[in-house]
Design a protein around this ligand. Structure first.
Ligand code: RBF
Ligand code: MG
Length: 312
């Protein structure tokens, strides 16, 4: 995948560009349907598959302040898009000026003349450009005039019957702890990323279950609670149990994301790790003492081992 983060670096149109565009937050199953259709069409016409995305997320530029946390931070979005096999990812720096572009200029000047678009792949509810004035009807009108095809893939229906696989729905599932259902829409488990930092040195010494405390790079934090997880670090993929929250048994009320990795004894301080949230086990509880909490964690691990059998 060729990554282009500056429009000025495009000096000539791509060879028969097949373009899809969106914010792709999550790179979920709906996005994958668009991306795969784009790639297939490009193969068919011996052209170039191009995904266009905007950075930062337009909402962050247009509605000052209020914006939802991203499901996938930029680095992860790039990784996931790369994995689809798309030829080019054009990440357009999103500014107010860019947002003011008239939809017809966007289509004619940018997509067709500058990028060489021969086909565009969009969802059936797609709108774009200034005040979202651009829509499928406008694309059709221009398509006839400027010689490009419009492809609207069959929208994939979410398994629960709701036909919108949207980033908002996925975000809500994660926020309510329903990480077990997330893969039906996202196509994979929700993953957190961050660096292992030193904690309070309490888990191992006091409870008998050392935890790696994670300084999250992600924006979206799931509901507090205890989760069965898998952990990817440079030593491989491991099973684990994570606690996300405030450890109410203690009085420091500090929000932490920590994971006890099963059958593991490596030093991973300062290393980047990835935590896949497989299933929520329970809410956090305030225990009457250390041994009660330890005993519960022992049970959590037992339960997690069964759940995680297929995963690591
Ligand atoms: N702390 C609590 O106060 N209540 C809990 O219910 C709780 N559950 C946990 C479950 C697991 C699997 C793990 C690894 C930790 C849990 N903790 C809980 C956090 C625990 O207090 C913390 O790991 C240590 O205090 C070290 O920071
Ligand atoms: Mg710890």
């Amino acid at each position: 995948m060729k990554l282009i983060e500056d429009l000025e670096l495009i000096h000539e149109p791509f060879e028969k560009a097949v373009i899809t565009l969106g914010n792709f937050d999550g790179v979920h199953k709906g996005h994958l349907a668009l991306l795969n259709t784009t790639i297939e069409k490009a193969h068919e016409i011996h052209g170039t598959s191009v995904a266009i995305t905007f950075e930062p997320h337009p909402i962050r530029v247009l509605d000052n302040g209020s914006h939802p946390p991203l499901i996938t931070i930029y680095e992860q979005k790039l990784e996931l898009l790369e994995r689809t096999g798309i030829d080019v990812l054009l990440s357009i720096p999103f500014t107010r000026e860019f947002a003011d572009m008239e939809p017809n200029d966007f289509i004619e000047d940018l997509l067709v003349k500058r990028l060489g678009m021969k086909a565009i792949v969009v969802g059936n509810d797609y709108s774009f450009g200034k005040k979202r004035q651009g829509n499928i009807d406008l694309l059709r009108a221009y398509g006839d005039k400027l010689g490009f095809e419009i492809i609207i893939p069959q929208w994939i229906t979410a398994p629960d019957g709701d036909d919108r696989i949207s980033s908002t729905r996925i975000r809500d599932m994660i926020k309510s702890g329903d990480v077990k259902t997330v893969p039906e829409l996202l196509g994979r488990h929700y993953q957190l990323r961050g660096k292992v930092v030193s904690g309070r040195d309490r888990g191992g010494k006091l409870l008998g279950f050392p935890t790696a405390n994670i300084n999250l790079r992600d924006e979206l934090s799931p509901e507090t609670g205890v989760y069965a997880v898998t952990v990817k670090c440079r030593f491989g993929l491991f099973k684990g149990v994570a606690n996300i929250g405030y450890s109410p048994t203690f009085d420091d009320h500090l929000f932490t994301v920590e994971v006890h990795i099963l059958d593991f004894n490596h030093d991973i301080y300062n290393q980047d790790i990835r935590v896949n949230l497989i299933e929520k086990l329970r809410d956090e509880k305030k225990f009457s003492g250390i041994s009660e909490l330890s005993e519960q964690i022992r049970k959590d691990i037992e339960k997690a081992r069964l759940i995680l059998e297929p995963f690591a």
